[in-house]
Design a protein around this ligand. Structure first.
Ligand code: SF4
Ligand code: SF4
Length: 500
């Protein structure tokens, strides 16, 4: 914390006594964010002496300020003239709830504001992030700060979507340095894109801006300590968890023995999280593929991490080298198609690798896309049931890769069952909290977001949330067990395999 002027030390002490230190903000990053006003902070006003965060509707918010003659400005009030001198800024804005977000989406739809084509045509390569950071035009997009899945747990605008974008820009143009506060905000983001998914005309792909800022943070040697072992594990052991490489198939030895990859048409790539933490999904996927007569094999203990974490956490140099090495190795192995049940691996091979100059020489499919194709060819088992399903769009598969329809078609083919598709799904799907490296940076924050997901974003009556990402399955399973007893969470392959 910095105090810009000792004149105000007594006042700040008093405010901290009244409202708690965490609610009296004087750090450079906070003042920077709060002094950018208007949609996405396009206009700059003089920085306040401090920002005081209070509960909305608080009676006597700033005792003592008036005696010192400091004007108090509430967020959203008319801007100050720079000649007016020092002031305190009062933040009593309630963070947007999921219910309000849902209402806002209804409103957008009612007004016909949705422009899916514009959103889909927006670039998603990492270079977009750089363009975004350098482009004043992008910041003049007619959007507001938007809902952020983590802000409600962290409070200040510095942790909102708008705040993070401003910090990314401030870091890029030299206004700010990679301070502890800035690093914390940039890494406590799931890079889910929930915020840009809300905007209709000019989608801001904040996930790319975030990972670009992380690259800058790493290049300045300021990477959070919690991320370092993950990077080391990935590079030295071939998985982010640091588990033994030969234990990768410990829980699916049967599949590894029965379906070893030896130049088959299809390489099934479970990925690290599925292999080590969700082996039942490997078995289920193998069962479905075998039933459909797909010529496939797995690499077993020869498989290693896709390297996505290197990119997400900002180690772009290592990510580039890793991606080109792995793409080359897999290319030599020669599968025509790689299929994966991990949304993260899919996003890595399909979107991130090409951006890093390592385009794979094989086709990449998510299991949901393959199953949709098998369904059309009548190669899935006949499916019946009495369940109420909801598809959870993993951010890496949905917003980042635009795969929305295939899993819904497959689940919709289960006769007798119902597929619920709430407003907060597809491009508006609520992140489970585990993405963007947040689970690695702050497991407790990721768990809070998962609790919010199962409590508030899964409609009453849903019996099973189905998804296509092992990290989403695990994070939501834990949250459901604690906060929504009776709600099941399953990988899509498990649902189909149960029909065989
Ligand atoms: S990407 Fe997700 S976590 Fe990050 S600012 Fe946007 S909504 Fe928040
Ligand atoms: S998505 Fe994550 S866990 Fe899965 S293989 Fe890639 S980096 Fe490893």
């Amino acid at each position: 914390m910095t105090c810009p002027d000792p004149t105000y030390a007594a006042l700040l002490r008093r405010l901290r006594e009244l409202h708690g230190s965490e609610n009296v903000l004087t750090a450079a990053e906070d003042l920077y964010v709060y002094s950018h006003v208007g949609p996405m902070g396009v206009e700059r006003v003089p920085e306040p002496v401090a920002v005081v965060r209070i509960e909305p509707g608080h009676g006597d918010p700033l005792g003592g300020a008036a005696e010192l003659g400091l004007p108090v400005v509430r967020i959203g009030e008319p801007h100050l003239d720079p000649r007016d001198g020092p002031y305190l800024l009062l933040d009593d804005v309630e963070t947007m709830s999921l219910a309000e977000l849902e209402q806002a989406i209804h409103e957008h739809r009612r007004r016909g504001d949705e422009n899916r084509a514009a959103r889909k045509s927006a670039g998603s390569a990492p270079m977009y992030a750089i363009a975004l950071l350098q482009s004043k035009e992008a910041f003049r997009a007619e959007t507001d700060a938007g809902y952020c899945v983590v802000q409600r747990f962290l409070g200040a605008e510095t942790y909102s979507a708008k705040g993070r974008l401003l910090l990314c820009r401030g870091l890029a143009n030299g206004d700010l340095t990679a301070s502890e506060r800035l690093v914390d905000s940039v890494y406590s983001c799931t890079a889910c894109g929930q915020c840009y998914g809300q905007h209709t005309q000019s989608p801001l792909e904040i996930n790319n801006a975030i990972v670009e800022a992380r690259r800058r943070i790493v290049s300045q040697g300021r990477q959070p300590a919690t991320c370092r072992p993950i990077m080391r594990n990935l590079l030295e052991r071939g998985n982010p968890m640091g588990l033994e490489p030969e234990d990768r198939t410990l829980w699916y030895e049967d599949v590894a023995d029965e379906f070893p990859y030896h130049g088959n048409k299809v390489l099934y790539w479970p990925g690290c999280t599925t292999s080590y933490r969700l082996p039942e999904a490997v078995e289920a996927t193998a069962k479905v593929l075998a039933h459909a007569g797909v010529d496939f094999g797995v690499l077993g203990s020869r498989e290693k991490c896709c390297g996505l974490a290197l990119y997400l956490l900002g180690q772009w140099e290592e990510a580039r080298a890793y991606a080109s090495r792995l793409a080359e190795e897999l290319g030599e192995a020669g599968p025509g198609t790689l299929i994966t049940s991990c949304a993260g691996c899919y996003y890595a091979f399909k979107k991130v690798y090409p951006g890093l100059g390592a385009s794979p020489a094989f086709k990449v499919l998510h299991t949901s896309e393959l199953y949709h194709g098998l369904l059309k060819e009548d190669l899935l088992p006949p499916m019946r049931g009495k369940e109420v399903y909801m598809w959870h769009d993993p951010c890496d598969l949905g917003r980042h890769s635009h795969v929305y329809e295939p899993p819904r078609r497959v689940l919709g083919a289960i006769r007798g069952s119902k597929l619920v598709d709430p407003v907060l799904s597809s491009e508006h799907s609520v992140c489970c909290g585990a993405g963007g490296g947040l689970w690695m940076y702050s497991e407790s924050l990721a768990s809070k977001v998962a609790e919010q997901k199962v409590r508030e974003a899964v409609p009453e009556g849903v019996g099973c949330v189905v998804t296509g990402c092992p990290t989403c399955v695990l994070n939501m399973r834990l949250a459901a067990a604690a906060h929504r007893p009776g709600l099941r969470v399953a990988d899509l392959s498990e649902v189909i395999a149960n029909q065989i």
